[in-house]
Design a protein around this ligand. Sequence first.
Ligand code: F6P
Length: 357
Amino acid sequence: MQFGRTTLSKFVIEHTRASHGELGALLIDVAAAVKTISAMVAKGALGGSLGALDSTNVQGEVQKKLDVLTNEAILRHCEWGGQLAGMASEEMDDPYPIPAEYPRGRYLLVFDPLDGSSNSDVNVSVGTIFSIFARSTAGDAELGDYLRPGSEQLAAGYAIYGPSTMMVLTLGNGTHGFTLDRESGNFILTHPAIRVPEDTREFAINTSNERFWEPPVQRYVSECKAGKSGVRGADFNTRWIASMVAEVHRILIRGGIFMYPKDSKDPSRPGRLRLLYEANPMAMLIEQAGGAASTGRQRILDVAPDSLHQRVPVILGSKNEVERLERYHQEYDTGADRPFVSPLFSDRSLFRDEPRA
Ligand code: F6P
């Protein structure tokens, strides 16, 4: 029995009174979509929805059946209520206009309906990530309305579909976690005011990209790997789930650092993750929990977007480690890290280092 415990509905209604219930109503619709997706994902192979389609999304990625179904689930659950001016998603090239039969509101909902979706085929945790902004007036959103820095987000969150389904939410006043009670169908506040430890000995990065990283990231990871025998004087542990939601959730619970940094693998992409519906909401959740989120050279929430599906380098988690990486980027950009850089690339080396930005 969950009598007396705070449900997600109660929490958002109490914390969104200033919006006269509109933001609360929108978040309750998002939570309803999350419950639908949770049930879909939990069916696994029995639901007939695993596997890929023939289509690709705007990023050129092969779409999973679940990518399309979960995208539909969010559109249908959220389009009717009269709170929204429009929606945008990883799975749609252009913003989604609110159908003519429904009233328009002020809010913009931007989401990745099933982040890490290839993990659903192998029964590993996946998630939904969302971000909410507002226009000053109700009406149909234009593209420019979506291109706002993350610091203007009013709410952000994710759902994680793991052994339990959780929704983790911020309204700009702390980061709070709710666990789905499958019997009652309620999300119950189980993790109020989450705090990310400032220090960590756990890092997450896809090391198969090591040769494409910039020197500051190579420096950081090589120091972590050197452990007790290196400059850090401590052993580090590594984790890589390849599911950003699961990675961020672990960091919120026990600390850590997650990196998908700038790399030279595909020069047309400054990073792998999308700013509006991956990096920004996660950055707000992490900052609201006392962590930090950076591109290495700039606070993620200060990046001014120039397109809907823009990518950005992401380094987030325990504050002291993110700040160390920012320092390494700065030392690299100013040349102050010269003593670190491999002897092969030093002033008297066989090879010349690439020109500095
Ligand atoms: O779409 C982003 C994503 O699936 C993240 O959830 C995850 O962190 C990353 O891509 C994994 O990338 P890679 O397959 O390169 O390890």
